[in-house]
Design a protein around this ligand. Structure first.
Ligand SMILES: C[S@@+](CC[C@H](N)C(=O)[O-])C[C@H]1O[C@@H](n2cnc3c(N)ncnc32)[C@H](O)[C@@H]1O
Length: 232
């Protein structure tokens, strides 16, 4: 689905819009796995971002669907959290342009969350996308991907992603700490679907230029560190 299709979906209530953060996000946060500053990639209407801001994180959310971003910004404002949860319109495949256009201070995030964006991208676009995310993460930060999985039946939901698809997309940029079974809650059928939760840590890369451009300021204060992942 491209931008207009998502815009149309946000004209109603999309199947992924469950009115609260995914249980996987709550479990990560409650386990102390989410570091201080958070980039919420493909944030939709911002339920995860606003929840994490309420928990004390500084959150930046982006999405290419303007109506989702408008709703997310309103939720943050209504919760009195507009200073801690900021949102902007950007295409994940042109993230540097989006950061500059939105005048978002270039920072290295402690945590990047992708809850349901990765699996909507064409397989050929995924490597460039995760490379762009790599340039926005603190050296000891974490990327958590929650994707639709190939354990779901054919013909149901979006692109079915295999573990090896995740490994191939991130190779050379991210170390795979773990890829574990998770649930993705939806408004479809049984109310949840099979997902993979991947925990990824950044590999050192020779080219350290950041998508936000030269002179980027790095590593804002953090509230917490990431314990090591327990499982591959
Ligand atoms: C399945 S929805 C999940 C939304 C949100 N993370 C949630 O958990 O409710 C995927 C989101 O990714 C966004 N998206 C898809 N492709 C994108 C792209 N290339 N750039 C930015 N956002 C994108 C869509 O607009 C949509 O909001």
């Amino acid at each position: 689905m491209r931008t207009q299709a998502f815009e149309n979906a946000y004209g109603g209530t999309p199947s992924w819009e469950i009115g609260r953060p995914q249980g996987a996000v709550l479990r990560l946060e409650e386990a102390g796995r989410i570091g201080g500053s958070v980039l919420d990639a493909g944030c939709g209407t911002g339920d995860a971002s606003v929840y994490l801001a309420r928990r004390g994180h500084h959150v930046v959310g982006f999405d290419f669907a303007p109506s989702a971003i408008a709703i997310a910004a309103r939720k943050a404002a209504d919760a009195g959290l507009a200073g801690r949860a900021r949102f902007f319109v950007a295409d994940a495949l042109r993230l540097g342009d989006g950061l500059q256009a939105a005048d978002v201070a270039p920072i290295a995030f402690d945590t990047v969350l992708d809850i349901g964006l990765f699996h909507t991208l064409q397989p050929t676009d995924r490597r460039a996308y995760v490379a762009a995310l790599r340039s926005l993460i603190a050296p000891d930060g974490r990327l958590f991907l929650l994707t639709w999985s190939d354990r779901n039946p054919f013909g149901y939901g979006p692109e079915r992603v295999r573990r090896r698809d995740i490994r191939a997309a991130v190779a050379g940029r991210w170390r795979v700490e773990s890829i574990v079974d998770e649930a993705l809650e939806t408004r479809l059928g049984a109310g949840h679907a099979h997902a993979w939760l991947a925990e990824l840590s950044p590999l050192p890369v020779a080219d350290t230029s950041r998508v936000a451009g030269p002179g980027a300021k790095l590593t804002p204060p953090r509230s917490r560190r990431h314990p090591r992942a327990s499982q591959e």
